[in-house]
Structures are given as structure tokens and as C-alpha cells.
Design a protein around this ligand. Structure first.
Ligand SMILES: [Zn+2]
Length: 372
């Protein structure tokens, strides 16, 4: 793995992340394929929007179909017929979302499956072993994602375990083609973030994620902490903000120096009849769209916008036809891919501030829905 910083403009960065399954131009948004599928979207369609890397989920794949099945099928790329890059998260976030179903110790975390109640244990070693057995391009270290709000001792304990586990993850590595990223924790506490970042940077990992955000804090807190944390990380390594994926949030985080993102937001919205545009989201079932001949977004270059009207898409959702969620998911992913492509061009040409301010001027807050 290598990361080349091609241009900077303010704190915003334009880079190329060279991984085992090809180059990823950054800033980049990674579509989420939790269960080895980006929901409703085929690998061909992902290639059509020039996705270079997607995310899959250790917790879910561990439980179903399990390590042996995927390894026997030739690894995760072969299993899901995706020949570009895959990043797997470590499962830490999902396990900590289980709350009552998990027991934490220095050794790792024991948990009960949400599927059948069966008992499992994640350790730093077996989580790295699992991700390497899948043959992924980027593996994430096992971390402790503390639920907010949290007390300072709870935050400190999360940081302590996250560092100890990252060290053990690094020591457990056996596969050159899988790059291990560490995850900075520390909640909304700058002192804890700084400690977490400095302890992880000491491990000289190939990349770093900013975790523990986008978990219910305010937008201002998210922007402040992602910018603060990004600035603590080495300039020559990729920085990945986990769980962020709205137009406004992506641009704010790129402005703070982040290179990579993932979020279920665009595909979840797509399944629920919500179309992303740079001027706000459209609730496509809305009666105002029932006879609207325009595409979802006149400026979008995606195949959905080139082919279908709002009226047709609105009809698909009202009639509960499965093509509707598919097409909206694809358009939403294309919207974020185009946003990142334009961001890269703006940084390269030294026009980042103008581009950023233009996006902010058009994009409403997450909660607001654009008028028809
Ligand atoms: Zn579109």
C-alpha cells in the first residue's frame, strides 16, 4: 500500500491511495456493503459509478456466512465477484452497539449473535486473522467505541483499550497485501483524542481512521472533532472518517483534511424513497413528484437521471416496486461519487474554498428536505 499526496488547498487534500486491487483517488466515499453486498446494487453498477473501494463488515460476515465459507470460495473478492478494493471494519462498532449482549475485558469482547444468540469472542488477533482470511485490502483494528455521552474515565478507558488492542492487531499481522488502519477514539474530549492519536501514530500504521463520531453528537461537534483529530494525524498517511455520508458533512470533513468516508446513509435513503441532491433530499413519494417529468437532479450525470423521470420513480415507490429502491440507491451513490470527484478537481486547481462555499450555500441541513 502507498499513499501519495498530490495537492493540498488549505487543510483539504487530494491524494491517491494505491491498494492491492487498484488506485483509490481521494477524497473518496466508500459505499457500504455490510453483508458482502452494497444493498440492491450489483458490482457492475458500482463499477459504473467508478467506485474503487467498498466497505464490508466483520461482525456480520463473521456470523453469516462465516470465515470458512468465504475462505473456501476464494476470499471475499471472489465470493462477491468484486475485483476492486475492499475495506472491512473490525466489528468493534457493531459489538458495542449490542450493549446488553456483550462483555468487555482486556482480552477482547464476548458477545451474543443478534441472529441466534450464539456466543462469540472478538480479540485483536482473531479480528485481524478474520480480515486477512477474507483477503481484504484494508483491515481495521479492533477498537472500543464508547457510547456518548460518556464520563472522562469511561473515555480514557476506551482509549487505553483501543491502543492496547491496536498494538496486538499490528503484532498479529501476517499478510502484506492487507493494510491495517488504526482507529482514533476519545469521544468529544480533545485531550483524549490527542492521546489516542499520538499512541496510535507511534505504531506507524499505514493509515488512520477517526472513529467514535457520527453517533448522535451535533454537527458542530462532529466538524470540530473530525478537524481537530485529522490535524493530529501524519500528513503522509490516509485519514478515514467513519460513518459520515451527507453532502454537507462530507464537504466539511474534506475541508478539515479527511480523505476517506463511509456511511449507510445514501443506500438507506435510497431504499426509503429519499433521493440525495446537492440542494437537498427529495422525498420521492411526495405527491408533488407524481407528474414531474424532470430527472431526480438535472445536474447529475448518473444513468438513473439520464433515463428516468421523478414521476416514474415516484410511481415505483408508491406501487412498492423493487426497482425504485434500486434506482434511488444507485443515484444516491452516484451523487456522492460525483461530489467527491468535483472536490478532487477543486483541490487540484486551487479552487477549494470557492467550491466548498458553493456547496454549503446550496446544501440545507440534513433534516431539511428540498421543495419540489
Ligand atoms: Zn442521478
Amino acid at each position: 500500500m502507498s499513499f501519495t499526496l498530490r495537492a493540498t488547498d488549505g487543510a483539504a487534500r487530494r491524494g491517491t491511495l494505491a491498494l492491492a486491487h487498484g488506485d483509490v483517488e481521494t477524497p473518496a466515499f466508500m459505499p457500504v456493503g455490510t453483508a458482502a453486498t452494497v444493498k440492491a446494487i450489483s458490482p457492475d453498477e458500482l463499477r459504473g459509478i467508478d467506485a474503487r473501494i467498498i466497505l464490508a463488515n466483520t461482525y456480520h460476515l463473521w456470523l453469516r456466512p462465516g470465515r470458512e465459507t468465504i475462505a473456501d470460495m476464494g476470499g471475499l473478492h471472489a465470493f462477491m465477484s468484486w475485483d476492486r478494493n475492499i475495506l472491512t471494519d473490525s466489528g468493534g462498532f457493531q459489538v458495542f452497539s449490542l450493549e446488553a449482549r456483550r462483555v468487555l475485558s482486556d482480552a477482547g469482547v464476548r458477545f451474543k449473535s443478534h441472529l441466534d444468540g450464539s456466543e462469540h469472542e472478538f480479540t485483536p488477533e482473531n479480528v485481524v486473522g478474520f480480515q486477512e482470511a477474507l483477503g481484504v485490502d484494508v483491515a481495521m483494528a479492533l477498537d472500543v467505541c464508547v457510547k456518548l455521552p460518556a464520563t472522562p474515565p469511561e473515555i480514557d478507558e476506551g482509549v487505553r483499550l483501543t491502543t492496547a488492542w491496536a498494538k496486538r492487531c499490528a503484532a498479529a499481522r501476517t499478510r502484506e497485501r492487507t493494510a491495517l488502519f488504526g482507529i482514533v477514539q476519545g469521544g468529544l474530549d480533545e485531550r483524549a483524542r490527542a492521546r489516542s492519536a499520538s499512541e496510535l501514530v507511534e505504531l506507524d500504521l499505514p493509515g488512520y481512521a477517526i472513529g467514535g463520531l457520527s453517533v448522535g453528537e451535533t454537527r458542530e461537534e462532529l466538524y470540530r472533532m473530525s478537524r481537530f483529530t485529522a490535524a493530529l494525524l501524519p500528513a503522509d498517511k490516509p485519514r478515514y472518517l467513519m460513518g459520515v455520508g451527507t453532502v454537507r458533512d462530507l464537504i466539511a470533513a474534506v475541508d478539515g483534511g479527511v480523505d476517506l468516508f463511509d456511511c449507510v446513509y445514501p443506500t438507506r435513503c435510497g431504499r426509503n424513497g429519499r433521493a440525495l441532491t446537492r440542494t437537498g433530499d427529495l422525498a420521492i413519494r411526495n405527491a408533488a413528484f407524481a407528474r414531474d417529468p424532470r430527472p431526480l437532479d438535472e445536474r447529475c450525470g448518473c444513468v438513473v437521471c439520464a433515463t428516468y423521470s421523478r414521476a416514474y420513480l415516484s410511481h415505483l415507490f408508491r406501487a412498492d416496486e423493487m426497482l425504485g429502491p434500486r434506482l434511488l440507491s444507485l443515484h444516491n451513490l452516484a451523487t456522492l461519487a460525483e461530489l467527491m470527484r468535483d472536490a478532487r478537481a477543486a483541490i487540484e486547481s486551487g479552487a477549494w474554498a470557492t467550491f466548498r462555499d458553493g456547496v454549503f450555500a446550496e446544501a440545507p441541513d440534513r433534516a431539511a428536505v428540498a421543495k419540489a
